[in-house]
Design a protein around this ligand. Structure first.
Ligand code: R5P
Length: 295
């Protein structure tokens, strides 16, 4: 493939696995901050005429965007043939319209900025709601991989009599697919978000599933309010303790601990963002994609 893999410190866990499975060289790069917090980037491995693949998940995107840009521009100056970004989590997709007058439409601005520095990107289960495809906002090739088959396999192997629960209409796209692959029933609830941390969930009609194990599936767990409110409703409705599954473990400010204090049996996430709740390894999705791209 003539490819070489680099990674931001946050993405070493996946970069190493993927490079090892594909027998790709790992490049050396330094990503650090000057005392005044400005970014410093240094590429220490030859990239001339190589396809450079940078693993850099875009959770905490303000922190990571500049280092990614500095890396990409430097790799290009040093003669890299192409620069691709593996962003297992792709941020800035939830503010995908002007909800109130004067608000920035982050998804468009961010995609346009990122598209001008890289040649392609691949991500896993991006939050596509009002945009139906990344190509609506990204001008470079932007590929989407899905963790649903891995999540379904985990459910099949670990849970007796699951009933899958989607907390809101947006979640229907992945909950329905995971349910089908896991041969399980599913219910989608209604969520009203009143603010960043205020979430209201409709009372679920779950009577017929009292003997099942509720498995709440969502793409992102950030403040965990969506999960917490849903778990409380399921508990009040007399359901068994809930298993919470999220693709992307953002977990801001102690929200993981808050969620664990609720009536949950387990909290499980994919390793798109490294976190102690990671139980589902997505590296094979990236391996398959890069293998296929290299054909
Ligand atoms: C939004 O609609 C997403 O699918 C998630 O439900 C949401 O991002 C979760 O956020 P939080 O954990 O802050 O409730």
């Amino acid at each position: 493939m003539g490819s070489i893999v680099f990674y931001l410190p946050s993405d070493e866990h996946l970069a190493r696995k993927v490079a090892e499975k594909l027998k790709l060289d790992l490049g050396q790069a330094i990503f650090r901050r000057f005392p005044d917090k400005e970014a410093f980037v240094q590429i220490g491995t030859e990239v001339k005429n190589k396809n450079v693949i940078l693993f850099g998940g875009l959770n905490d995107p303000d922190e990571k965007f500049i280092p990614i840009v500095f890396f990409a521009e430097t790799a290009r100056r040093l003669g890299a043939k192409s620069i691709g970004l593996v962003a297992p989590y792709l941020g800035y997709l939830r503010q995908d319209k002007e909800f109130h007058p004067g608000e920035a439409v982050n998804s468009r601005i961010f995609a346009s900025m990122l598209s001008s520095y890289i040649d392609w990107l691949v991500t896993i289960d991006p939050h596509l709601h009002r945009h139906h495809a990344l190509s609506e906002v990204y001008t470079v090739k932007a590929e989407v991989l899905h963790a649903e088959r891995l999540i379904a396999a985990w459910i099949k192997n670990n849970i007796d009599q699951p009933v899958l629960i989607g907390p809101d209409e947006e979640s229907k796209q992945w909950v329905s697919k995971v349910a089908q692959l896991a041969s399980a029933p599913y219910i989608v609830l209604e969520k009203i978000r009143h603010g960043d941390r205020e979430v209201e969930i409709s009372v679920p009609k779950v009577k017929e599933y009292k003997n099942h194990t509720p498995v709440l599936v969502d793409d992102i767990i950030s403040t965990a309010r969506t999960m917490i409110e849903t778990v409380r409703h399921l508990d009040r409705a007399g359901m068994n303790p809930t298993i919470c599954i999220g693709v992307h473990a953002i977990f801001v400010n102690g929200s993981y601990q808050e969620l664990l204090q609720e009536k949950v049996a387990q909290v499980i996430t994919c390793n798109t963002i490294q976190h102690e709740s990671n139980m589902i390894d997505v590296s094979e999705l990236i391996v398959e994609y890069l293998q296929h791209e290299g054909d």
